[in-house]
Design a protein around this ligand. Structure first.
Ligand SMILES: Cc1cc2nc3c(=O)[nH]c(=O)nc-3n(C[C@H](O)[C@H](O)[C@H](O)COP(=O)(O)O)c2cc1C
Length: 167
């Protein structure tokens, strides 16, 4: 697990290999195992693997182009009715996204987290394209596929940003 965390990188190029239902279930099980404030579990996931839909999603944002060649895109959404505190909703969905990214890496997949900023074009377009109810907000996209690129492992421990006892 520690090795998985230390070697994960964002992967934006993918082969044509599809993701099996068995692998998908593992990714989802890891995602839904994320911690959740007050255990409200406000997250939903929309799994997209239709090529035309992937293309449409990829065109919704400026930094989402890799989704067109991905085997799958997961759109992690937060339900405001289940968790009215926006910050908690973001935290919960982020925990889910990170779990999925790490599980994907451990399973030999490549993935990248694409952020969705409220009130920006991507947010509106994704909500419309996927037919999200008004109380459900897209929180992040995960582009997934078998990797067609390798990234070097980097040591990112920044001791100068580590503070002990006080700032
Ligand atoms: C909240 C968030 C939003 C991100 N949004 C995008 C994005 O829209 N497009 C993209 O290509 N990468 C996106 N990334 C990935 C970052 O660019 C990447 O994690 C960072 O450059 C570090 O590289 P690494 O993941 O390979 O360690 C996002 C990452 C986070 C955490």
């Amino acid at each position: 697990m520690i090795e998985t965390i230390l070697t994960r990188r964002s992967i934006r190029k993918y082969t044509d290999e599809k993701i099996s239902e068995e692998v998908l279930e593992k990714l989802l099980a890891c995602g839904f195992s994320a911690p959740s404030a007050m255990n409200r579990r406000p997250f939903h996931v929309i799994v997209v693997d239709d090529k035309e839909m992937l293309k449409e999603i990829s065109e919704c944002g400026m930094y989402t182009k890799m989704i067109a060649s991905a085997a799958m895109c997961m759109v992690v959404c937060g339900d405001h009715k289940r968790q009215p505190f926006k910050e908690m909703l973001i935290n919960d969905c982020s925990a889910m996204i990170e779990n999925i990214l790490l599980a994907a890496h451990e399973l030999g997949l490549g993935a990248v987290w694409c952020g969705v900023m409220p009130r920006m074009g991507l947010h509106k377009k994704i909500s419309k394209l996927l037919g999200l109810p008004s109380t459900v907000e897209p929180m992040g996209l995960i582009s997934l596929g078998y990797p067609a690129e390798t990234k070097e492992v980097v040591n990112r421990l920044e001791w100068e940003k580590v503070h002990r006892q006080k700032w």
